[in-house]
Design a binder for this molecule. Structure first.
Ligand code: NDP
Length: 406
């Protein structure tokens, strides 16, 4: 019996809120609040028509901790799911620790002016949550989120020791535009234009953006060019799987996307600092967001599949072992069910499952936690029931699906 307060009303929120409504035995009441209330009302209408559940909506500025505290108290929320932007993580965490309710999010904190994403400031709130006798669950999307749970499942059930992890994220969906981003353009472009980084033999190694790449044969999709990026789950997995010798993250990009990115970068459109244009101050990357298609609108026109998974190598019973755990999701199937495509769906469904683990007390504790710190099994079981079934390929230790280096 839980009243969930969901903050943010974009594509990820739509998937998460629809799925919460479909699990109304757990989420007995839902309030959806965002900066623009009309976006919440639109999702509420979709849910009423599709699932037959009524939800409440509200306007909120999530940057204003006092206003969020007041809302939590007024509606008597039992837990808060943050699917607004990473900029709001800290203020929403403070509102939760002050009102002593659990906090769940899908992306680590980013400062709008520095494009630096790391867990440091969120982990630093561990004491606040411990004092409040409640918990924060960080990164309950797909990557981070399900990828952390795949690694935890491997650590807890499949291996005695994990040595190498490659996380491989493929979006083979075609939306028909020359250039558009899969989720919030500002967050997406900041992530993919940053320097790459991976962990090897106790050290972090920095690369130029898109410097390391290969063509990888994704199950049920086929070969796709994939490039090394820094991704936030690397930070927590290195901390929580101390036997790791190497962990890397790869994401697929088509040639058209890369060419557009290069041009935009060359002309300064990815800048995150203010510039003056005809006497008006603008941040170029925010202006670009205004021009690009709204990611939430891509669902209806995107055809094809995603495949996100982990190739994990290590030791089991004194013998080398290698497994590939992944999920394949179809954009149009996601759209038919929730009104959004696979990128929002694969993030919103785990956001709901993480909230469910917390609401049912299956995952519990006092403090700030990452996904891999809990028993992976109940979450893995729920993935199969809630629309994100996973598969495992047992690979020979020297087998690879790498087709060629780029
Ligand atoms: P959108 O930009 O589509 O939606 C963000 C929503 O947050 C909008 O409704 C926006 O309101 C609202 N919002 C922004 N600022 C505030 C504020 N100050 N107060 C209240 N509401 C606010 O983003 P997405 O749905 O694409 O992504 C949501 C989150 O999911 C992001 O944090 C993203 O990083 C994360 N994500 C995580 C992934 C994972 O696998 N872990 C993958 C993809 C995304 P308004 O309508 O007024 O603009």
């Amino acid at each position: 019996m839980s009243h969930i307060l969901i903050i943010g009303a974009g594509g990820v929120s739509q998937a998460a809120t629809v799925k919460c409504a479909m699990n109304s035995q757990v989420f007995t009441k839902i309030t959806l609040a965002s900066r623009t209330k009309s976006k919440c009302d639109k999702i509420a209408k979709f849910i009423k028509d599709k699932v037959g559940v009524d939800i409440d909506t509200a306007a909120i500025d999530a940057d204003d901790t006092a206003a969020v505290v007041e809302l939590i108290k007024n509606i008597k929320a039992d837990l808060l799911l943050n699917v607004a932007l990473p900029y709001q993580d800290l203020t929403l965490m403070d509102a939760c620790s002050q009102t002593k309710i659990p906090y769940i999010d899908t992306a680590n904190y980013e400062h709008p002016d520095t494009a630096k994403f790391e867990y440091k400031l969120q982990w630093a709130k561990d004491g606040d949550f411990k004092s409040a006798n409640t918990m924060a669950l960080l990164g309950s999307g797909f990557d981070p989120g399900v990828t952390n749970v795949y690694c935890a499942y491997a650590k807890q059930y499949l291996f005695d020791e994990i040595e190498y992890i490659d996380i491989l994220d493929c979006n083979a969906g075609d939306h028909g535009y020359a250039f558009a981003t899969n989720f919030n353009p500002e967050i997406n472009l900041r992530e993919v234009s940053a320097k790459g980084r991976y962990y090897k033999d106790g050290k972090w190694i920095e690369t130029e953006p898109m410097e390391i790449g290969f063509s990888w044969d994704y199950p049920k999709i086929g070969p796709k060019d994939s490039y090394l990026l820094y991704h936030e789950e690397l930070e927590s997995l290195v901390k929580n799987i101390p036997t790791l010798k190497q962990i890397r993250f790869f994401m697929t990009f088509g040639q058209s996307y890369l060419t557009h990115m290069k041009c935009l970068e060359n002309v300064g459109m990815l800048r995150i600092d203010e510039v003056e244009h005809n006497g008006v101050k603008i941040v170029p990357i925010q202006f670009l967001k205004t021009l690009l298609p709204d990611p939430a609108s891509l669902g209806a026109r995107t055809k094809g599949k995603t495949n996100i998974g982990c190739v994990i190598t290590g030791i089991k019973d004194n013998k080398p072992r290698k497994v590939y755990i992944y999920n394949v999701c179809d954009h149009q199937e996601c759209y038919q069910e929730t009104g959004v495509g696979a990128v929002s769906y694969t993030t919103g469904v785990p956001a709901m499952i993480g909230s469910m683990m917390v609401a049912k007390g299956i995952w519990s504790g006092n403090g700030v936690f990452n996904m891999e710190e809990f028993d992976a099994k109940p979450f893995m079981d729920e993935l199969n029931k809630q629309g994100l079934p996973w598969e495992i390929i047992e690979m020979a230790p020297n087998e690879t699906r790498l087709i060629k280096e780029i």
